[in-house]
Write a protein that binds this ligand. Structure first.
Ligand SMILES: Cc1cc2nc3c(=O)[nH]c(=O)nc-3n(C[C@H](O)[C@H](O)[C@H](O)COP(=O)(O)OP(=O)(O)OC[C@H]3O[C@@H](n4cnc5c(N)ncnc54)[C@H](O)[C@@H]3O)c2cc1C
Length: 441
């Protein structure tokens, strides 16, 4: 008897996590990806001969499923994680400020550096402490995040110097558009759940290497193979169509796609899911990559910093002199010309890093994603993995994982989808392949 076969449509992190998880459970997995690249949003590509990420991606210590995914893909040694949470906050005209975790249990671990944090008044520090206490006690507040911050007495100065640098990039949307529930989830998960939760990490290799390593664990990978339809028989999917060609013989299909790509595949067989997907809106992210000729690193060993009151929210030094400026919730800047973005980012960096004032970048690249992440707006309904078709399962960062649009959410969704497929095949062992699975798992 042969192992069951599953088609995974979409080779972003959700599809790759589903694929690896199914493979681990004895299922044969074929990946179908529309583009020539693996990794979806979390990929990298060459711009003028230099490989750059599709935007800087960071991971936090609380992203446990993503970290185990990287392990499973054999890429943990390519991930740099801080030993403890520590960030430098830069504001024009002020000395660099630091926030870091002390060796105390959460949430006290942040207290010593927060008490010394020079960019907030004592009154604002008391307000932040009040908000943290409220976040711990009220996990599902109503309304939007900006209103929640106002309700807890956070001043404008407090938002600029503390909340916005963390929450806006994590949620990638103006806080007026974000459900308070999702904002409070970030606060609780990153800052209150453990001393190591807010540790920051990033890959030391281009993002596509992680995706390639994960994809290599699947049985077959079809690139440039956009799926245009499901092949249906008796209310179940038996295959997928790419470019007019039918690929049959599958026992289940995982659709690991962004919401707006689902409609053509599910129209006519799952109107409810298509309608749910249509309610999602997105926000852009722009990354401006600047290369300076310097003998040594500009940001020291930390490798990154947050900028306050600046169009650049975070800057990462990917290699000595190579600065990647991250602009989240970038609806106002996504259309700007590369030269204008470079000018603005250089000026913003020079305002907080005096060494740059006498320099100009010798190379510039811009990566922009107009639909970078979905907006977790108040009242948004996120679907679970099941569809109206018994053996077609959804995955994707936007599905109901409880997490905002992150790599963690994508991996969680893929693993949930894989578990759902396995449960489906176990419950309905109609074919020889399914019987095989029922014995195997
Ligand atoms: C610039 C940027 C910066 C980010 N920064 C961070 C960060 O710092 N930390 C973090 O945790 N997250 C970050 N994110 C979010 C994170 O990258 C995404 O949430 C996650 O990668 C989404 O994974 P996914 O698999 O759900 O979807 P996607 O990555 O969108 O994957 C879907 C895949 O499906 C493919 N596809 C579409 N239609 C078809 C079809 N018909 N047939 C076959 N294939 C198809 C697509 O080409 C794509 O490869 C960032 C995103 C962007 C864009």
């Amino acid at each position: 008897m042969s192992a069951p076969r599953v088609a995974v449509v979409g080779a972003g992190l959700a599809g790759l996590a589903a694929g690896m998880s199914l493979r681990r459970n004895g299922v044969k997995v074929e990946l179908f990806e529309r583009t020539r690249l693996l990794g979806g949003k979390a990929t990298s590509f060459s711009v003028d001969g230099v490989e750059v990420d599709n935007g800087q991606h960071v991971v936090l210590g609380c992203c446990t499923e993503f970290l185990s995914f990287v392990d499973e893909a054999g890429m943990r040694s390519r991930l740099r994680m801080q030993d403890r949470f520590e960030v430098t906050m830069l504001q024009a005209g002020r000395r660099p400020a630091r926030l870091s975790a002390a060796s105390l249990p959460a949430p006290l671990h942040l207290a010593p550096s927060f008490m010394r944090y020079p960019l907030l008044s004592l009154r604002d520090k008391v307000a932040v402490a009040r908000a943290l206490r409220r976040a711990a006690r009220e996990p599902q507040p109503p309304g939007n995040m900006a209103a929640w911050l106002s309700r807890t007495g956070q001043s404008l100065a407090c938002r600029r110097a503390f909340w916005d640098p963390f929450l806006v990039p994590a949620l990638n949307a103006p806080l007026e558009q974000v459900a308070a529930r999702d904002g409070v989830f970030v606060i609780r998960t990153a800052f209150l759940s453990g001393r190591d939760s807010a540790r920051i990490g990033w890959t030391t290799v281009p993002l596509a290497r992680v995706a390639e390593s994960a994809a290599a664990r699947c049985d077959a990978v079809h690139l440039r193979s956009g799926v245009s339809a499901l092949v249906l028989e008796d209310g179940a999917a038996v295959g997928v169509t790419t470019d007019g060609e039918e690929h049959r013989g599958f026992d289940a299909v995982v659709l690991a796609l962004p919401p707006h790509r689902l409609a053509p595949l599910l129209a006519g067989c799952d109107a409810a899911t298509v309608a749910t997907a249509a309610a999602f809106t997105t926000q852009p992210i722009v990354d401006v990559h600047l290369w300076y000729d310097v003998p040594q690193a500009l940001l020291g060993s930390a490798g990154f910093a947050a900028l306050i009151d600046s169009p650049v929210q975070w800057v990462f030094e990917k290699a000595p002199g190579y600065l990647c400026c991250s602009l989240s919730a970038a609806a106002d800047t996504v259309q700007l010309a590369e030269s204008e973005l470079a000018r603005r980012c250089h000026a913003s960096l020079a305002a907080v890093m005096p060494r740059l004032r006498a320099m100009t970048p010798h190379r510039v690249a811009v990566t922009r994603d107009a639909d970078a992440t979905f907006v977790p707006s108040p009242g948004l309904r996120r679907p679970g993995p099941r569809t109206a078709l018994r053996n077609v399962v959804l995955a994707g960062t936007w599905t109901d994982t409880g997490w905002p649009a992150t790599m963690e959410s994508a991996v969680r969704s893929g693993r949930i989808a894989a578990a759902t497929v396995i449960e489906t095949l176990r419950r309905q062992p109609a074919s020889a392949a399914e019987t095989e699975l029922a014995h195997a798992v």
